[in-house]
Design a binder for this molecule. Structure first.
Ligand code: GTR
Length: 410
């Protein structure tokens, strides 16, 4: 009877804190032989690879290790973009060695008054043309969600330009001396159940040595982020040792997996990534493993779908995903009205990840008491609960730019 009740619950979402049942988190420092990790060397050599594999097996599916010969071309550039404050580049990354239809387009803005600036990388939800009203940005020709502003029959139109400028704060970012590199997640895989059929999980399967069902859309997006890193490493106009990755919501989940998988990424920001991202899955609050897999069966690996009714047997949880970012700076953020993402669950996993940062002599969040809204806490692991709804706002960017400036010694 008890398990029947549990099953019923997990298909529903809860937002009543008093109904959250006690749970035990897997001990991130406990090694397979039962001993506990005591130093950073043991973490890096043994425990980190072990936990990483648990995430591959149980949540995200495989991350292709095969190196591919990708090619880049700057398709368009202008040193006088945005009234002269930045250089714009539009770079095409061809992912397949012989099929020239398999590519992703990266939009870059580099501030003109800074030599080799640090760079924010991010995927966007509906096309590069949504990031700014700059008319020179190529309009995406891919499928876009029917929720995308200005879209007609799932295609972007001129009315889609600048649809999402509020989430990017491009001018502030450039003024603070950062570059931005962004690409449409749909260039790797469109966000639909059948998106994999035309996305890289299918077109790249032979090259990457991996079948479409061995990973999910999250993996494809995360892998795509690593290809942006590949490009940046050979663009001398930016400092590729200072790459900050930011992702919001579903793209925040992908960002955490990319940050865990690619240690060239120097700093990671999870903006309201919620279930399958920064939020503790064992906490029955907001979205659940069962709900997310029901609604988005294409996001994660197949095994993740088997934990819907038995989340307490999942060998991993969000604090372990965040720990894979250590010792690199990590910022986790929630919004008060975004109960679906479980703010407290996001805070608690960020707090827990501090145990791994401590092995490196880095300070995480000092107390497990949730901070008041708009009161950022923590050092190398930082957290804030913003007032308001599920979004990336001016307030969020202020915190991230300050954090990245401090961590990158700017
Ligand atoms: C919701 C989903 C969340 C989150 C969000 C978003 O529908 O349940 O996990 O990813 O979408 O990406 O905006």
């Amino acid at each position: 009877l008890f398990s029947f009740i549990a099953c019923q619950c997990l298909a529903q979402s809860n937002t009543d804190e008093s109904k959250v049942q006690p749970y035990t988190l897997p001990d991130v420092l406990k090694m397979p032989d039962g001993k506990r990790v005591t130093n950073s060397r043991e973490w890096q050599l043994k425990q980190r690879p072990y936990i990483y594999r648990l995430f591959e097996e149980n949540q995200f599916g495989r991350f292709p290790a095969t190196k591919t010969a990708i090619r880049f071309r700057v398709m368009e550039s202008d040193r006088n973009a945005l009234d002269g404050i930045a250089t714009r580049k539009q770079v095409r990354i061809w992912l397949h060695p012989s099929d020239s239809t398999v590519y992703a387009d990266v939009l870059l803005y580099i501030p003109n008054n800074v030599k080799k600036p640090p760079v924010f990388i991010a995927l966007n939800f509906s096309g590069n043309h949504t990031v700014s009203t700059d008319k020179h940005i190529a309009l995406s020709t891919r499928w876009v969600s029917s929720r995308a502003k200005g879209g007609v029959n799932n295609r972007a139109t001129e009315a889609s330009r600048g649809a999402d400028t509020a989430s990017w704060q491009l001018h502030t970012l450039l003024q603070k001396g950062f570059a931005l590199a962004t690409a449409y997640c749909g260039d790797w895989e469109t966000d639909t159940v059948t998106g994999y059929q035309t996305g890289i999980r299918t077109t790249m399967k032979d090259i990457l040595n991996i079948q479409p069902n061995e990973w999910g859309a999250m993996g494809a997006w995360a892998w795509g982020l690593s290809r942006i890193v590949d490009y940046l490493q050979q663009d001398k106009a930016v400092d590729a040792r200072k790459i900050a990755l930011i992702g919001h919501s579903r793209l925040g989940k992908a960002a955490l997996w990319a940050g865990a998988s690619d240690q060239r990424i120097a700093l990671v920001i999870s903006n309201e990534s919620g279930e399958g991202g920064a939020a503790i899955s064992r906490r029955w609050y907001g979205e659940t493993v069962k709900i997310i897999n029901n609604n988005f069966p294409h996001w994660f690996g197949a095994k993740y779908r088997t934990y819907g009714d038995s989340v307490n047997t999942l060998p991993v949880d969000a604090h372990m995903l965040l720990s894979l970012i250590a010792p690199r700076p990590l910022y986790v953020a929630s919004a008060e009205d975004d109960k679906w993402s479980d703010p407290k669950g996001e805070f608690l996993s960020a707090f827990e990840a501090g145990k791994v940062y401590a092995l490196f002599g880095k300070q995480g969040i000092e107390t497990d008491k949730m901070p008041e809204p708009n009161q950022p806490v923590g050092e190398t692991v930082r957290y804030h609960l913003r007032t308001g709804r599920h979004a990336v706002t001016v307030y969020d960017w202020q915190q991230y730019l300050e954090f990245a400036s401090r961590e990158f010694g700017k």
